[in-house]
Write a protein that binds this ligand. Structure first.
Ligand SMILES: [Zn+2]
Length: 324
């Protein structure tokens, strides 16, 4: 029998899941729409149909565990708590899946899952200290410090998206003002574009952007053409991101920040000015010591691989107790 782990990455719009072996080989990858307006049980039933179908058609595979990455996931309780964009309330996903499949089930938040994917299967294999930054609708982060994910007391550690960089800044849905996410994410970029349009209502490029479905690739292409408005969008994003990363760097002294998710596809268009900004905000003894890297894994893979690693690379409880 071939031992496999089911890695699941639950997103606000789509859920990607894959069968993963210990070396990180993906045997089969599938996607379903998350449909957050439906009750969570319906989602679990739709997912279950696909899982059952795979197991029935791959009788040589032995499911040894399920790892789940999801927004607002509590690693300790196994509960997904009021995830944004999903009308689910609280979902005890670990109990639901372990009772259905009689195997080990573990949960972590989506950005932590991406960090673990990078640690075990991507660029961070040799790193004990790095911070994963996921740039999409929002800004997520997973802090890998001293050889493990930092969870804190209640599994909420490492929410750099809600690090306030301006106490008088934009109002965030978390109740704070000036959260990094309100400047560095699809949500934040839209706000920046609106402010730019208030000053320049006739700007041709800014008016050509679809604000309901902002396309990062369109901004990338305009940056490549040297469009001043597009360059100014990324200048604003990079400056705020560099400032936020500098605060995180002072706390955690990481070897690298690794970028993942939709807007990370901008690559050096964002990384280069962010590096300049970061260096300008770092204290002297950290300058020149921190790398900014783009994820080494294919788009969409870090989350599922990291979720699967929760099972493949879980440490025995005794080792956890003595701080390993
Ligand atoms: Zn916030």
């Amino acid at each position: 029998m071939k031992k496999v782990v089911l890695g699941i990455d639950i997103g606000g719009t789509n859920t990607v899941f894959a069968w993963v072996d210990k070396s990180g080989n993906i045997l089969s990858l599938q996607e379903i729409s998350t449909q957050g307006t439906e009750p969570a049980q319906k989602f679990v039933d739709r997912l279950g149909e696909k899982v059952d179908h795979f197991l029935k058609n791959n009788s040589d595979c032995l499911l040894i565990g399920i790892g789940v990455g999801a927004p607002n996931a509590n690693h300790f309780s196994g509960i997904i708590q009021n995830p944004p964009n999903l009308d689910w309330g609280e979902v005890d996903i670990v109990s639901i899946l372990s009772q259905k499949y009689f195997c080990d089930v573990k949960l972590t938040n989506d950005a932590n899952a991406a960090a673990l994917g990078e640690k075990y299967y991507g660029l961070a294999k040799e790193m004990d200290d790095f911070i994963m930054i996921t740039l999409g609708t929002g800004l997520g982060s997973g802090i890998y410090s001293n050889g493990r994910i930092l969870y804190g007391d209640n599994s909420m550690a490492g929410e750099l998206g809600h690090l306030s960089i301006d106490p008088n800044g934009r109002l965030c849905t978390c109740g704070l003002k000036g959260c990094l996410e309100m400047y560095v994410s699809a949500k934040g970029i839209k706000e920046t574009i609106k402010e730019m349009l208030d000053k320049n209502p006739d700007d041709g490029f800014l008016n050509s952007l679809n604000m309901d479905n902002l396309d990062g690739k369109k901004i990338d292409a305009a940056v490549d053409r040297g469009n001043v408005s597009a360059l100014n969008i990324y200048k604003e994003v990079s400056n705020k991101l560099g400032f936020g990363l500098a605060q995180a760097a002072i706390l955690f002294s990481p070897n690298a920040f690794i970028f993942y998710g939709g807007y990370s596809q901008a690559g050096d268009r964002l990384l280069f000015p962010t590096r300049v900004a970061l260096e300008s905000y770092l204290m002297d003894n950290l300058k020149g010591k921190i790398q900014l890297l783009q994820s080494g894994l294919p788009v969409g893979h870090a989350g599922i691989l990291g979720a699967a690693s929760l099972i493949w690379h879980s440490k025995p409880l005794l080792m956890k107790a003595i701080g390993e």
